[in-house]
Design a protein around this ligand. Structure first.
Ligand code: MIC
Ligand code: SF4
Length: 641
């Protein structure tokens, strides 16, 4: 039978199960990546698993998120990660080397390989024809320890690309268009696979922009074929030998299909506060802009920044605009420095900051009160920039750069400026910011553990009755940034759950932690797509620490659902979504005999306060149920039942 590319790669890596949508499979994981804000938990967990060396072909620990060192905390985390990486044969990418997804694409991504990363934007690797999946830290730790990962087989949504992008329209506009069509939950339970003659008009870094933001669709991952452009990209990175052509069979049948004619697209923007709130730049504009930020794992490639430099060259950034640029990697920054593009940016009035996530995760550069910020990033959730009342618009690098000059959100096609194609470059290998393991045995390398690093909380095996008070009634599309906010104040505490838990749900309801403590055991009621966004397992661990035992929602985002199960918190779905409206804070919900009920099609929940009962759907796979019974993945691995 003709196959999609996604299923070909999955089949190549299949260890257990059948490739049938909805069934659980276990696949071999060739590579893993971690970053520092999820990495401390991952490496605490890896240490707890007591393995000697990682079982993957390649595992890399990146430092790119927590780079604003205002105290000892981040630096301690970096030292901890470096020491554990060395103990287990993991490569360490030093701060300054760049954003994990960009650096991985440049140096390590290989067509046809699998990659699991403790960051939701790991699917960036799909731009190189990888099956690259974002997951919670514990799943990545297990993948390192055992070389495998279990997942529910997704359907494959084919995006048929035809035509060619017009000048001033770029890869960012392609994915914004797809988001406009499908919404932030349109990719849940799916792999998004791009195919068709339009593919050849997109470079690997264009493709990586598109697969990167597949995370915003809620997709398991996104993937492009590996073709001549892939070969050219790998050759430019000195890795042509990693190239292998890959594509779906010509008559492959997709579960769903979306047609996109690239030539009909125009410059788009996602307005506050959701990546799917997409309109054309013209519809949103003209809009006075206070800040323009260019960078992030979505749009910080060499070609992106060369286009920006070309637009800025010989011009002046508008007097009302603060333009900040964060190149994706040290390789890119070096090249921009060598060829003069950096000088063009600086001369125009740009603020160039280090190669890291930076403003994308609120680490500096928060906009002014009620400010308007145009960003080439992937997420514009309320408050994520560090300024609660700021309005963040997600745009392409071209739109960002031209708007920085005009001071208003501008469609570059009206500028009269002609954008030339960016010439290919060769990027010399430079390993000075990578530390490779030196072959020493684990016992010879001590773990460096600073005082801010606290043990992760553990749940208890599921008891005979589950009773908890409603401590939050949340709406649709709650993000993990809502559940466990992250900014320059809080990122230094990613290895300290007790401290972080005091800020749980801070942007929505500052009374949440106190209410949880008063309730002893809590339940959260959520709407659709609960837990979308980041892979941070802190959004499960902090609630666990605060006594949350189950969450009932209309639907869950994939990674967060897994993180809840890994922590032994039950994610339960309303049988009848109308029941969602029937709760008030403080009501007591009781599940009798949850151990047995968790294996049924439905679980009956009694609202002790109103006397009413309703049903929820557990839908646990066999392995998930084992974790739920044991009180989480670590308990299960320790043999608890
Ligand atoms: C994000 O973009 O939200 C992050 C910060 O990269 C997260 C990871 C984290 O919370 O540490 C992600 O995307 O998974
Ligand atoms: Fe970093 Fe932002 Fe990318 Fe997350 S989305 S990995 S914070 S650049």
């Amino acid at each position: 039978m003709a196959k999609t590319l996604a299923y070909k790669i999955l089949e190549d890596h299949l260890k257990e199960g059948r490739l049938v949508p909805g069934e659980e499979i276990t696949i071999k994981m060739d590579q893993t990546l971690t970053q520092d804000s999820t990495g401390t938990m991952v490496y605490l967990q890896l240490e707890a698993m007591d393995v000697e060396k990682v079982q993957t072909e390649l595992s890399v620990a990146y430092i790119d998120h927590n780079t604003l060192q205002t105290g000892f905390e981040n630096a301690d985390d970096h030292a901890f990660i470096r020491s554990v990486a060395a103990r287990h044969g993991v490569l360490f990418s030093k701060p300054g080397n760049g954003i994990c997804h960009q650096v991985h694409l440049e140096n390590f991504g290989v067509p046809g390989k699998t990659l699991l990363g403790s960051d939701s934007h790991t699917p960036t690797g799909g731009g190189l024809g990888m099956i690259a999946i974002g997951a919670g830290g514990l799943d990545v730790a297990v993948a390192m320890a055992k070389g495998v990962y279990s997942l529910t087989v997704p359907k494959v949504l084919g995006v048929h690309l035809t035509g060619k992008l017009a000048p001033w329209v770029s890869a960012k506009d392609v994915i914004l268009h797809v988001l406009q069509k499908l919404s932030v939950k349109g990719g849940v339970g799916k792999i998004v696979e791009y195919f068709g003659e339009g593919v050849s008009a997109l470079s690997v870094t264009d493709r990586a922009t598109i697969t990167n933001m597949g995370a915003e669709l809620g997709a398991t991952t996104s993937v492009f074929p590996s073709d001549e452009n892939t070969r050219i990209y790998l050759a430019s990175q000195g890795r042509e030998s990693d190239y292998r052509p890959l594509a779906a069979d010509p008559d492959a049948v997709y579960d769903e299909l979306l047609e996109v004619d690239l030539s009909t697209l125009e410059p788009l923007a996602a307005g506050p506060h959701s990546p799917d709130n997409v309109k054309s730049v013209k519809e949103y504009g003209p809009l006075a802009v206070d800040q323009v930020a260019i960078g992030s794992c979505t749009n910080s490639s060499y070609t992106d920044l060369m286009k920006v430099a070309a637009i800025l060259k010989g011009k002046r950034v508008h007097e009302n605009v603060s333009l900040v640029i964060a190149p994706g990697s040290a390789k890119i920054l070096r090249k921009l420095a060598e060829n003069g593009a950096l000088a063009d940016m600086i001369a125009a009035g740009a603020r160039v900051i280090e190669c890291a996530c930076g403003p994308c995760i609120g680490m500096g550069q928060s906009p002014k009160s009620a400010g308007v910020s145009l960003r080439t990033f992937n997420r514009n959730f309320k408050g994520r920039s560090g300024t609660k009342d700021a309005s963040v618009y997600l745009v392409s690098p071209e739109t960002a750069a031209i708007s920085a000059l005009t001071g208003v959100l501008t469609d570059g096609r009206d500028s009269g400026f002609e954008l030339d194609a960016i010439a290919g470059e060769y990027f010399p290998q430079n390993e000075n910011l990578i530390i490779r393991p030196d072959g020493k045995a684990k016992a010879e390398i001590p773990v460096e553990m600073g005082p801010n690093i606290k043990p992760f909380p553990l749940n208890e095996p599921l008891g005979d009755v589950l009773a908890a008070d409603v401590v939050l009634h949340a709406g649709d599309n709650i993000t993990t940034d809502d559940i466990m906010p992250s900014d320059s104040r809080l990122l230094p505490y990613r290895s300290n759950i007790p401290h972080l838990s005091n800020y749980c749900f801070e942007t929505i309801d500052t009374g949440f932690p106190a209410r949880c403590k008063a309730a002893d055991k809590g339940v959260i009621i959520g709407g659709d797509n609960y837990g979308q966004g980041s892979s941070r397992e802190h959004a499960a661990l902090a609630p666990l620490y605060l006594g949350i035992r189950f969450v009932i929602a209309k639907s869950f985002a994939r990674i967060h659902r897994s993180n809840l199960i890994n922590s032994g918190i039950l994610p339960l779905v309303f049988e009848d979504p109308a029941d969602y409206d029937s709760f008030e804070l403080g009501q007591r919900l009781v599940i009798e005999n949850p151990r047995e009920q968790s294996g049924n099609e439905f679980i009956t929940v009694r609202n002790e306060t109103t006397g009413k009962t309703f049903r929820v759907i557990p839908n646990f796979s066999e392995q998930e149920r084992e974790m739920i019974l044991a009180g989480g993945k670590i308990n299960m691995m320790r043999g608890l039942k």
